[in-house]
Ligand binder design. Sequence first.
Ligand code: ADP
Length: 576
Amino acid sequence: MQKELVWRNLLILSVSLIAFFFVTLFVANYVNRYNQEKELLYVADLFKDELTSVSSQNLSNEVYRLTDGQERYSIVLSDNLGEIKIDGASDHMGEGVLDRLSEKELSGFNESQNMPYVYIADGKMHCMVRFNSDLILRTSIAMVDNSEFIITSTFFLVVVLLVVMVISVMMTNNVSKTVVKTFSNINHHLKTIAGGQYSPISLNEPYPEVAEAYSEMNVVIQNIQSYIQNINAEKNKLDSVINNVGEGIIILDTNGFIVTINEFAKTFSKFSQGQTNHYTDNLKNQRFLTLISKGLTEDYHTDFSTEDGKIYYVSFNHYVSGGDKLVSIVIFDVTAARIEERRRVEFLSNASHELKTPITSISGFSELLASGLINDSDKVKDYANRILTASIGMKATIDDLLYLSRIDNITDQSFKTEPINLADVIADCIANRQVLAENKRVEIVFEPKNVQIIGNRGFLGHMISNLIDNAIKYNVVGGKVIISLGKTEKGVSYLSVEDTGVGIDESHIEFIFDRFYRVDDSRNRATGGTGIGLTICKKIATLHGGDITVESQLEKGTKFTVIFNRNNTLKEDKND
Ligand code: ADP
């Protein structure tokens, strides 16, 4: 670039100087000729005046006199046909006398219609004027020789050209060096920006245009920085959302390279950073890898169970984003939902079984009685009792199911509450369970305390009765049921129902409140349970903003504790 700038500059300079030289030559020539013409016209006029003042006999002498000793001027007089009549040079020089004027000269003069006719011929400038009706006066002047001027000018021009060229090369070299340096600086800054470094450029520049360009570049840098900051902030938000959702997310391209993977999915797929980003280099869960190889070719979903007993729903979806073909893998933990589904199926089969057994027995014994074939009054009584027991059992199951459905449908709006004295509710429940307890010779121990809460009397009564029922049902003959009431250290009301019964094995404890869960099905059948009672208790405790917990030891007994929410506990309790 630098060389090109120097060469171009030299070329422009040379062409300009040469053009200037020729223009100067042309102008000098023109001026020279113009001056000579002016001089010639003046001299011709002067000669004409001089010659007109003498008689025709003295005309030749006067011509000789006028041109005598003249180096530059000469005079001839011709007739109208161009024949030379007097030649001032003939006498003076003794040779070179003209015979006649040329036809060209004559026709030129004629065309000028008696005006002075000036022309150049034979290195002289001539001026033809009419002297009188017979004679034409031609005055000639030797042209000034300007060849010396041209040689001198050419010499000067070459010298000037060389000097100017040297100076120009030096100056152009200097300027172009600066320009090239400036461009390479700009290039360097642009490369730095392209490389991702966005530090501002110093504006300390000698040329204001460059400083202005740098200042514009700084604005661009600032904009880029703020775009990057925004993009990073958005990315962080997105990363945080992706990493904190309760599901696993993996995005692969269709060649199997990982685009995104969140923390949940990393744990699930046993992620460990590999050499490449390909999923086979990073995901170590071999069973999951076989799912991915299928999911890379088609959309599909499946349940996937892990060694720890959990069930995940894994879904593969193909989509196109920004022209890239991608596959999203979403992983949900559906363990609870699948267990719930299984329980529902189990429940339906249990419930229909529970209902079918008494109905079969009721219809069987009713048919026998209706046939009139049974005459034995004891048998009739026995069958009637069986029908009664079956109907009571069936009614209990149906009641529980209806109650569960009712409580499942309760909302905050439909949950009606009032101030309740818990001791009163417990005392009522004990009174209703007294016969059951006595039948099993179980003693119920209760020391009333004044604990008041905001709650629903009906639901609380149902919960407490259920706990006392279980404490009697799963107790030993001659056992005890201890009911306590009070406030915790944090001032929260609680009640507990403790028994000295069979207890619950530790392995069952975590499922005890699940719907339709029974510890021992055969024993429950004997005791007439449905597996819904504790689920209802838990739901009622939750409706009151509280919780229910259980502690149990096999063959020693079980203790259920209901803790109420602080907001449900009334401040005007007195006996605590
Ligand atoms: P059920 O109607 O069968 O009693 P629950 O939901 O009330 O249903 O109880 C669920 C299971 O928990 C029962 O089947 C029983 O095995 C066990 N259980 C409940 N309360 C006690 C208790 N006080 N002592 C021992 N086992 C209990």
